[in-house]
Design a protein around this ligand. Structure first.
Ligand code: NAD
Ligand code: UD1
Length: 336
C-alpha cells in the first residue's frame, strides 16, 4: 500500500515508518516538525536503506496538503500529527483544540477530496479518564481529564460519525496505553523537548546524568507497592500494530476501535528496578506528592486487537528498558 504518514517524524511515527517499509509498503511523511527533528527521518533511512519522502507541511494547511495528495496516489493515511502534553494542554487549550481537532478535520476533508478513504488514528487510553476497573475493554465508559484528552475524544467521535455517514470512509482508531522503548538499532527513540513529562524518558535522562534524580509522584496509592501502575508497551510492538491496522483496512475491513497495550501493569518501582537491572546504572530517586490528574492503576484488555488484527505485544518490560537505554546512551542529547 502507499501510505501518507502525518506526524511520521515523531516518536511513534518514525518507528511506524520503519515497520511499514519493512513490510513492503511505500511511505510519504507529512510533518510540520512542531515537535520533531527531520534528523529522525535520516535515521529511518539508515535503518531501512530507503529514501523517505518528507513534506514539511502542517496538516491544518489545506492547500499544502492538497498538493501532497495531488502528487501521490495514496491508499491510506495514518494520522499521528498532534500535540500530546497533558500539562501544556491546560495552559493552551485553544492551541490543542486547533492543532488536534481542526488538524484532523482538515486532513479528513483533503482525504475526501482526494478520494482516499482509509484512515488510522492515534488515540489514547486517556479517553478512559480514571477508569472504574482494569483490564479496560474498549466498551468501558469514556471520559476525559484534560483538554488534551478532550481533543482525542472529540476526534474519535468525528471519525465514528463520518464512518457512519460516508460508506467510503473506514477508520482504525487505536488507543495507545503507555508507549516506551526504542528501535533495537538505538538510532531512533523518544526525544522530548525540555523536561520530560513521562516516566521512561525521565529515568533515561537520570541514568545518563542529565538530571540528578527521579521524583516518584506518590507512594501511597492502593497498589502493590504504593506507586502508580501502568501498561507500558514497546513502541516497536505499537508500530507493528499500525501495519496490521492499515492492512486490515486495505483488505476491506470495517471501522474499528482497539486498545494497544500488553494487558500487564507495572508499578513505577518495578520500572526503575528493571531499568537498573538491564542498564547497570543506578537511578537515584525521591518521593514527591501525587501528580494532579494521575490515577492509581490502569492496564488494557488487548483481547480485541488480538482477535481482530492478530496483534499481540511481544516485548517485555526488560526489553523496553534495554532499548530505551540503548537509544539514550547512543544519543544522550537526542537528535542534536
Ligand atoms: P510526537 O510529538 O513525537 O509526534 C507527533 C508528530 O506530529 C511530531 O513529529 C510533530 O512535529 C507532528 N505534528 C504535530 N502537529 C502537527 C501538525 N499540525 N501538522 C503536521 N505535523 C504535526 O508524539 P508521539 O508520542 O509520536 O505521538 C503520536 C500520536 O500518538 C499523537 O497523536 C499522540 O497524541 C498520540 N499518543 C501518544 C502517546 C505517547 O505517550 N507518546 C500516548 C497516547 C497517544
Ligand atoms: C500520561 C498522561 C496521559 C497520556 C500518557 C501518555 C498525565 C496526567 N497523564 O500518562 O494522559 O496519555 O502520559 O503516555 O500526564 N511518574 C513519576 N515520576 C515522573 C513521571 C511519571 O513517578 O517523573 C509516574 C506517574 O505518576 C505514573 C507513571 O509514572 O504513575 C507513568 O507516568 P507517565 O509516563 O507520565 O504516564 P501516565 O501518567 O500514564
Amino acid at each position: 500500500m502507499k501510505v501518507m504518514v502525518c506526524g511520521g517524524a515523531g516518536y511513534i511515527g518514525s518507528h511506524t515508518v520503519v515497520e511499514l517499509i519493512a513490510s513492503g509498503h511505500a511511505v510519504v511523511v507529512v510533518d510540520s516538525h512542531a515537535n520533531s527533528s527531520p534528523k529522525a527521518l535520516e535515521r529511518v533511512e539508515r535503518i531501512t536503506g530507503e529514501k523517505v519522502e518528507n513534506a514539511c507541511v502542517d496538516v491544518r494547511d489545506a492547500a499544502a496538503l492538497a498538493g501532497v495528495f495531488s502528487r501521490h496516489d495514496f491508499d491510506a493515511v495514518i494520522h499521528f500529527a498532534a500535540l500530546k502534553s497533558v500539562g501544556e494542554s491546560w495552559q493552551k487549550p485553544l492551541t490543542y483544540f486547533d492543532n488536534n481537532i481542526s488538524g484532523t478535520i482538515v486532513l479528513m476533508q483533503e482525504m475526501a477530496r482526494a478520494g482516499v478513504g482509509k484512515f488510522v488514528f492515534s488515540s489514547s487510553a486517556t479517553v478512559y479518564g480514571a477508569p472504574d476497573f482494569s483490564p479496560i475493554p474498549e466498551s468501558a465508559a469514556l471520559r476525559t481529564a484534560s483538554p488534551y484528552g478532550r481533543t482525542k475524544l472529540i476526534a474519535e467521535e468525528l471519525i465514528e460519525e463520518l464512518s457512519h455517514v460516508d460508506p467510503g470512509f473506514k477508520a482504525a482508531v487505536l488507543r495507545y496505553f503507555n508507549p516506551v522503548g526504542a528501535h533495537q538499532s538505538g538510532l531512533i527513540g523518544e526525544d522530548p523537548s525540555g523536561t520530560p513529562n513521562n516516566l521512561m524518558p525521565y529515568i533515561c535522562q537520570v541514568a545518563v546524568g542529565r538530571r540528578p534524580y527521579l521524583q516518584i509522584f506518590g507512594n501511597d496509592y492502593p497498589t502493590r507497592d504504593g506507586t502508580g501502575v501502568r501498561d507500558y508497551v514497546h513502541v516497536v510492538d505499537l508500530a507493528r500494530a499500525h501495519v496490521r491496522a492499515v492492512e486490515h483496512l486495505g483488505k476491506g475491513g470495517e471501522t474499528f476501535t482497539v486498545n494497544l497495550g500488553t494487558g500487564c501493569g507495572h508499578s513505577v518501582l518495578e520500572v526503575v528496578a528493571a531499568f537498573e537491572r538491564v542498564s547497570g546504572r543506578q537511578v537515584p530517586l525521591s518521593y514527591a506528592p501525587r501528580r494532579a490528574g494521575d490515577v492509581a492503576e490502569y492496564f488494557a484488555s488487548p483481547e480485541l486487537a488480538r482477535r481482530l488484527l492478530g496483534w499481540k505485544a511481544e516485548y517485555d518490560l526488560d526489553r523496553m528498558c534495554e532499548d530505551a537505554w540503548r537509544w539514550q546512551s547512543m544519543s544522550p542529547d537526542g537528535y542534536v
